[in-house]
Design a protein around this ligand. Structure first.
Ligand code: ADP
Length: 433
């Protein structure tokens, strides 16, 4: 009992005892000592009964301590009860605050875009967020307390975990999804504990691979004409050629240099499309533009194809040079991949509130397995024909970029031997009647 309680309790007990003792003394003198003692015993008994009543109340409360009014008492008991009541209340409020803090920390952990796993000194899982559950195939409810090496068993990961050198992260395919590339970093804290961070690097890994492939492709594309050009130069320099032969070799060399120039121009166009700010909202007169592109196609075809144009008078808001390049590429592809005598239809039509640009040919067509990859840089369904007809393998990549910048979607429908249809659907926001 705290000292402050001793004196009121003692005073109360003494006062009550005294209160009982005086009438008992008077009764003992007046009626007889037996009556006096009997009254005294009654007083003590009543005090004991009172103490027992409060004790029972305290015992009942201690089984399920709640800061409720049940703990009310009188005198010194009231003091004890209200202290217990206050203590219980403070304790509960401290626990509630700590629970709220813990919940905040936990929801901050859940908000992190990386996977987070906390490990104890024996590398057992103490907590992980939902991202980590998904990335690593964990389930916190059943895996809490499990050694992480039992659940993520990749030898490279186990070696990293036990090796103790966490200066650099580890690159790892996700255990249940080889497509997902993770960068795992262990960060020691508070002595032997570890925080494991798993970052999804699939996208950056893919970009790295694309960049490497792109450099290799560009080098390859330029090396071929350069090698041919070098060979011709050597021939012209070292052999005695007739003027006619000389002229022919110069022509062949000019073809190779044209080819390199086209590749470089297309690459520059692509890079401009990638880095340029959003296309403006200039009004592009579609009928005039398509008539000009049709005239270019007629010149390219040199009378080998029947070319038609059917255009509604709907204009586009955007960048004319980009749209001309996209539409022109689709038309020149149709000319280049349609044998002589074939037909090419260019159309620009209202489709409800949208509008569709389409180029349809009855040319060689494309096998289905190539279609999803046609807009990749340097991807060709028909290598020989593409090079023969002066293709750079970049045309559809430019088309896709230019259309995407105008919120238009490209659709390709084709069957080998049955021709192709390349169409682009423009959203209402880009159109003016
Ligand atoms: P390229 O310069 O080789 O034509 P593109 O990017 O313009 O490159 O086209 C990619 C590939 O798509 C071409 O190599 C060709 O195989 C195929 N292709 C494009 N348009 C047509 C078409 N109208 N008909 C058949 N194949 C086509």
């Amino acid at each position: 009992m705290p000292p402050a309680i001793v004196s009121p309790a003692l005073t109360q007990t003494l006062a009550l005892s005294l209160l009982g003792a005086i009438p008992a003394l008077v009764l003992g003198i007046l009626v007889g000592p037996a009556w006096g003692w009997a009254l005294m015993a009654l007083v003590v008994f009543l005090q004991l009964l009172n103490a027992l009543r409060y004790f029972a109340r305290l015992e009942r409360w201690s089984r399920n301590p709640q800061p409720t009014a049940e703990l009310e008492g009188a005198g010194a008991w009231d003091e004890v009860f209200s202290r217990l009541y206050r203590h219980e209340k403070e304790l509960r409020s401290a626990i509630a605050t700590r629970d709220a803090d813990l919940a905040m920390v936990e929801s901050a952990g859940q908000a992190i875009v990386d996977g987070i796993v906390t490990l104890d000194i024996d590398n057992r899982i103490s907590w992980c967020n939902k991202v980590a559950e998904k990335q690593l195939g964990l389930d916190l409810r059943s895996d809490r307390g499990q050694p992480i090496a039992n659940l993520v068993r990749e030898p490279a990961f186990v070696a990293y975990l036990t090796g103790g050198n966490y200066r650099l992260p580890l690159r790892l395919s996700a255990p249940h999804n080889p497509e997902l590339m993770l960068s795992i970093h262990l960060l020691p804290y508070a002595g032997g504990f570890r925080l494991m961070q798993a970052r999804d690097v699939t996208q950056s890994e893919r970009l790295d691979r694309m960049r490497r492939d792109f450099v290799a492709n560009v080098s390859h594309e330029l090396r071929t004409p350069l090698t041919i050009l070098g060979g011709f130069l050597e021939t012209v320099r070292e052999l005695e050629l007739t003027p006619a032969e000389h002229e022919r070799y110069l022509g062949l060399m000019a073809d190779q240099s044209d080819r390199m120039l086209r590749i470089v121009q297309d690459l520059l166009m692509l890079s401009a499309l990638e880095s340029a700010p959003k296309p403006g909202n200039d009004r592009v007169r579609m009928v005039a533009l398509l008539e000009k592109l049709k005239a270019d196609a007629v010149a390219l075809s040199a009378g080998k194809h029947e070319i038609t144009l059917d255009a509604d008078s709907v204009d586009i808001l955007g960048a004319e040079s980009e749209l001309a390049s996209a539409f022109g590429n689709l038309i020149s592809n149709a000319v280049r991949y349609t044998p002589a005598g074939g037909r090419i239809d260019i159309s620009w039509k209202r489709c409800g509130t949208s509008a569709e640009y389409a180029v349809t040919d009855d040319g060689i067509g494309i096998a289905p397995e190539h279609i999803p990859r046609l807009t990749e840089r340097f991807y060709r369904a028909d290598n020989g024909r593409s090079r023969e007809s002066g293709g750079t393998g970049l045309g559809l990549a430019i088309v896709k970029h230019a259309l995407t910048r105008h919120q238009a979607t490209l659709d390709i429908a084709s069957r080998p031997g049955n021709g192709s249809r390349f169409s682009a659907l423009f959203p209402p926001a880009r159109l003016v009647d």
